[in-house]
Each structure stands twice: as C-alpha cells, then as structure tokens.
Design a protein around this ligand. Structure first.
Ligand code: ADP
Ligand code: TPW
Length: 601
C-alpha cells in the first residue's frame, strides 16, 4: 500500500467526500474550502469576479458548493457590481480577482465603494510574499496590500489557513459596521492549497454576530436637534443615499410627514418617499436651499453635490460665504460634522435609531403641549415652495410634451418616466452627463433604492456592473439609461447580460460623443475632436452579437414600444436611441466646474 493522501473535506461537500474517505484517513480541509465555508457561514450567496491564476479553482469550487458566481469581462465591472449589491442588501458585496492587473482593475471600484460608503470586499489572489518582499519578479508581482490601503476602509492579508475565518470576519465587520466602505482582503496563492484538520478548520470559522450594531444617538443630542427644528420658520430635510442605505424607510416617511417639513432627495435617495409626494421640494431646489433657515441632513454629506453647504447656492454672497442656515446632521460617522460648515446639532448614530429617537422626542413635545400636535412649518414657507414647484413642473410638462425631430433628451425621457411609473419596482441605473442630469430631474422614482447612479464621484463606468448586480440581487427588471460615452466604459458586459439572461434593458442616448458630437478639430487635420465618436454608431448590433435583442429607435413612439417589449419579455435588450447631437451642454449641469467655464474658448 502506498502513502495515504489526506482527503480534503468541508461541511459543504461532506457527501462527495464520504464516499472517498475511510475511517483510517484523517479528514482535512484546505484554503479554498475555508474561504467558501466562511463566506457561506456569513450569509454570502453571490461572488462577482473574473477567474485566473490563482483563483480559478476558487470560482469553480464556490460554484460547486452552491454559491452563485457571476463572471465578468473586466474586474472593474465585477467590483462595481459587488459594491452596489452591498448598497442594496447591507451585506458586503464580494468581488474576486486575480493578482496585480486584475487587482488593479478592481481597485477603482473598491475606491469608489469607499467614497460612496458602499460595503464591499475586494478579495484578490496575490503572488508569493517572499518573492514580492524581495522584489524578485514573481508572476504578476505586486505589493497589493500596501496599494489598497489608502483606498479602502480597511485592508487585511491572510497567510495561514487557520486565519481565514478571522480574516473574512474582520473584512465583513469592517465593510458594514459604522460608515460602510470598501475592504481589501489579500489572499496569497499558497494559502489556497494549505490544508488543516477539517474539524479544526470548521471551528476556526467565525459567524459574525451583529455585524452592523445599531448606534443610538445621545438623548441630549436628540433634544438639541428637536429644539432647532421647533424654532425653525423655514425648515428643510435633505435625504441622502445614507438614508436609502439604512432601510429605515417607514420611519423616515413618518418623520417627514409628521413634521410636515419639505424635503429634498439627493440622487440615490429619490423614491425613499415617492418623488410625487407633495412635500418634495425637488422641483424648487434653487429656491429652498438659499431660503431655508434650518436644514436637517439625513445621511447626506455637505460635499460638492450640496455646494459644501455655503456660497451662492445657499444664499451666501460669494462662493465661500455662509448663507446663514443652521444645520442638523444625522450621520453614523462622528467626523462628518463640521466638514464644510458648522453643524449646530450633530446627531451621531445609525439613521434608523436616530430617526426613531427624533420621532419619539417630537411626539413627546407634541404631548406636552397639552394635546397639541407638532406645529407644522408656516404656510408661508410651504406655500411659497408649492408655488415655485408647480410653476417649474408646469414648465417641464410643456417641454416634455414637445416632439422635436431629431429626438432630444426631454422627449426620450418623457417615455422613460412613463415606463418607470408603470413599473415602479424596476431599477433604474443611470450614467452620462446630460443623460444623467436630465434623467435625474425628469424621471420620478416611486420606491426606495430603485435609482443607482454615478454617486459621489460622478464616475463613468458603473453602468453594466450595477445593472448586472441589480438584476441578480433583486430579480426585478432593470433599465439602464446610458450616455453613449458612459456606456463605453463597461459596454462589453452586454455579453454578461446575455450569458446570465438578465432582464436588463439598456437604453443608449446616442448623440455621437462625450456630451455631444458637434466639436470640430480646429486644425483641420483628419483626427476628429477629442469628444467626438463614430457618427451613427449602431450599439444595438453589439447586443445582437451575443443573442440579446437590439433595437434602433429615432423617436419617442419607437422608444416606448421597444422599452415596453423589453420589460414584457425580460430579455436582455439594448436600445440605440438616436438623440440630437446638439442637445445638452458640456458636462451636463456641472459645466461651471470646468476650469475654463465662463471664459471664451
Ligand atoms: P449623498 O451623495 O446622497 O448626498 P453621501 O454619500 O454624501 O450621500 O452621504 C451618505 C452619508 O450617510 C455618509 O456620510 C455616511 O456616513 C452616512 N451613512 C451611511 N449609512 C448610514 C447609516 N446606516 N446610518 C447613518 N448614517 C449613514
Ligand atoms: C471614469 C468624465 C463625465 S461625463 C462623461 C465623461 C467622459 C461622458 C459624457 O458623455 P455621455 O453623456 O455619456 O455620452 P451625454 O448624455 O452628456 O452625451 N472618466 C471617468 N469618469 C468621468 N466622470 C469622466 C471620465 C466624464
């Protein structure tokens, strides 16, 4: 008899191995199985990634063990999928990549997740420590841990199989507790083949208890916020994507409705309350920001998207001046307060706990006023908002009703607005410049967490990664409204949409270039201008190449028909919607951020 090879066994493939092991043989497990079992133990059911050395077998074994493995054509898209899955589910999305180049491709998604407070874990295979540290030129050599650190909320490396349980537990906790973010987990190739006793391996795994513990705000902090609100004459609530992430939808709605305070949803908070809600001040944004006297931020940072809480947008006399508002800020991160302007009432805790504490305090205030309910904001304020809002909505309705030839953003988006209204559970993914800004302002969202977009960085390339994850996680139809430039960053994933037969309808607003297609090369040389693409490109054929449905449309009626058909059929569909190449502006609504904005070109 030769030597007895130890058998590799895990809880998940006991059946398979029972037939192979005898009583005499020690049962062992290995790095591959410990990673898989640790993920499963923590309720992770999907991995987004791209195989190759040293993680190909990990993807195979993960699939064999019942995990869903969604393979992409580029790691950035897998990373974006993981990040948005994290946002949608409050569980860290997992992205698995190979070493150096694959890791780097995934890294931009990790950095974007950290920036947006999305919980994700980038797990990358890496080459041998001994060779990396001596810089001896290993296959795909790179000190990945060091590179990931500044871009991640936390970064860990596991060198020994017995530490896999701890490594994954730490990564999960770091991703979802406190302010969520991106976590890097470095898994050197040698780790996967390491073996250990199966029982000891099982015991080494950690099921993370209460990974995102609730954090209640201090009583006096709640009282301070309520006092400010009570004294406000022109209060405003700003809901950010932190509020959407928190999944405290019912309490947030109750808070808004009980106080009667007008609210503004940030882009990904649209639908937290239906955009058609009478208290929505979205259509009067430029009126409410400078006029409000007390602003309560709920999971929204005072970053560039809110003009840093100061300057002309807020009624200040120049771009640095304070507009005079007082701020209440609800956020899980204590460091967020005072990041740009003074926060008069910081409320630190998770949004669910903070909002319910506020509601309780508001109710008791109302009770103590001898049966009087909480005083709603003065009618002067709400009336003035309603007046502006109705005027703007009427003006917009007029524009949307037009049917210009060629089709423009407005006439196309009037169709998208109707389709989303008829399918409120559909998820809207959105990127581009004009394609982004017009969609955000025209297309009403009716339910929470249905709008996924370019987020804090205004990054292009999230489109197909987000669309794949949204379809996989929610099983609802997904509609991706894409600028033609934006689409190009992740366009190859249409094959992924077809491979997994996902109910995704991609609509490309094709205006022949970045922002538009009208720039000319002033030198007269044959190269076109840097913003210009091939004119009249047929993106629909790209989808057809992989067996999906491609449709070419040039007017709203055709667009409507194609979108309705896509939703009905649940087939991967790409609609090439030809848009007037002169419509829109450079950089959409943020033209002012261009360094030469305002100067003659
Ligand atoms: P938006 O872009 O929509 O304005 P931001 O991404 O700027 O939103 O802000 C989101 C904020 O929400 C972050 O400051 C983050 O710390 C906070 N946040 C995220 N999740 C929670 C939570 N569960 N409870 C409280 N705050 C949260
Ligand atoms: C990763 C800069 C902002 S918007 C945009 C680019 C290239 C594309 C705009 O053209 P598009 O939309 O998509 O056709 P539209 O509707 O105006 O015609 N690289 C990254 N992120 C960003 N934001 C850019 C470049 C950019």
């Amino acid at each position: 008899m030769g030597t007895v090879e130890p058998q590799v066994v895990t809880a998940s493939d006991v059946q398979e191995h029972l037939s192979m092991t005898t009583d005499a043989q020690p049962q062992v497990t290995d790095g591959f199985h410990l990673v898989i079992d640790a993920l499963k133990l923590n309720g992770i059911d999907t991995i987004f990634g791209l195989p190759g050395i040293p993680i190909t077998d990990l993807t195979r074994k993960a699939q064999a063990s019942g995990l869903r493995v969604i393979s992409f054509r580029h790691e950035q898209n897998a990373g974006n999928a993981a990040a948005i899955a994290g946002f949608m589910t409050q569980k860290p999305g997992i992205c698995l990549t190979v070493s150096a180049p694959g890791f780097l491709n995934g890294l931009s998604a990790l950095a974007n997740a950290t920036t947006n407070c999305f919980p994700m874990i980038l797990m990358s295979g890496s080459s041998e420590r001994e060779i990396v540290d001596l810089q001896q030129g290993d296959y795909e050599e790179m000190d990945q841990l060091a590179i990931a650190k500044p871009l991640a909320k936390a970064a860990f490396r596991v060198l020994h199989a017995e530490d896999i349980g701890v490594g994954i537990a730490r990564a999960i906790r770091a991703a979802v507790s406190g302010r969520p973010g991106g976590v890097y987990l470095d898994l050197p190739a040698k780790l996967f083949a390491q073996t250990m006793d199966a029982e000891a391996g099982r015991k080494s795994l950690i099921k993370v208890i209460d990974p995102a513990p609730r954090q209640s705000p201090a009583r006096d902090a709640v009282q301070r916020a309520v006092e400010l609100l009570k004294g406000a004459k022109r209060p405003l609530i700003v809901l950010g994507k932190g509020a959407a992430y928190a999944q405290a939808d019912a309490d947030i709605r109750t808070l808004v409705e009980r106080t009667g305070i007008p609210y503004l949803p940030m882009s990904m908070a649209k639908g937290l309350l239906p955009d058609t809600h009478e208290q929505s001040a979205a259509a009067a944004r430029s009126y409410v920001l400078p006029e409000a006297d007390v602003v309560m931020l709920v999971g929204a940072r005072l970053n560039w998207l809110l003009s840093h809480g100061k300057g002309k947008t807020w009624g200040g006399k120049d771009h640095k001046a304070w507009g005079g508002q007082k701020f209440i800020q609800i956020d899980i991160s204590p460091q967020e307060a005072d990041s740009n302007v003074r926060i008069d009432a910081p409320l630190v805790g998770d949004i669910g706990s903070c909002v319910s504490a506020l509601l309780a305090a508001i109710d008791s205030t109302a009770d103590s006023a001898a049966g009087r309910s909480w005083a709603k904001p003065p009618a002067e304020w709400t009336g003035a908002i309603a007046e502006r809002k109705n005027k703007n909505l009427a003006k917009m309705a007029e524009t949307l009703a037009k049917n210009p030839v060629p089709m423009n953003f407005h006439s196309a988006l009037a169709v998208v607005r109707d389709i989303i209204k008829a399918n409120p559970d559909a998820i809207l993914v959105n990127e581009g410049a004009n394609a982004l800004d017009f969609t955000r302002s025209i297309v009403d969202m009716h339910k929470p967490r249905k709008r996924l977009d370019v987020g804090t960085w205004g990054i292009m390339g999230i489109g197909m990664g987000f669309a794949v994850a949204a379809a996989v996680v929610s099983r609802q139809p997904v509609i991706a409204i894409e600028g033609d430039s934006a689409f190009g960053f992740s366009g190859m994933e249409v094959e992924t949409l077809c491979r997994y037969d996902l109910p995704v309808c991609v609509v490309i607003f094709n205006n022949n270039g970045v922002y538009g297609g009208t720039d000319v090369n002033p030198t007269g040389a044959p190269d076109v201008a840097p913003t210009v693409f091939v004119k009249g490109a047929r993106y629909d054929k790209l989808m057809e190449a992989f067996g999906g449905v491609g449709v070419h449309v040039t007017n709203p009626a055709e667009l409507r028909k194609a979108m309705e058909q896509a939703i009905r059929s649940r087939k991967p569909t790409l609609i090439n919607a030809v848009i007037d190449e002169t419509a829109g502006t450079e950089s959409g609504r943020i033209t002012r951020l261009n360094p030469t904005s305002g100067k003659k070109k």
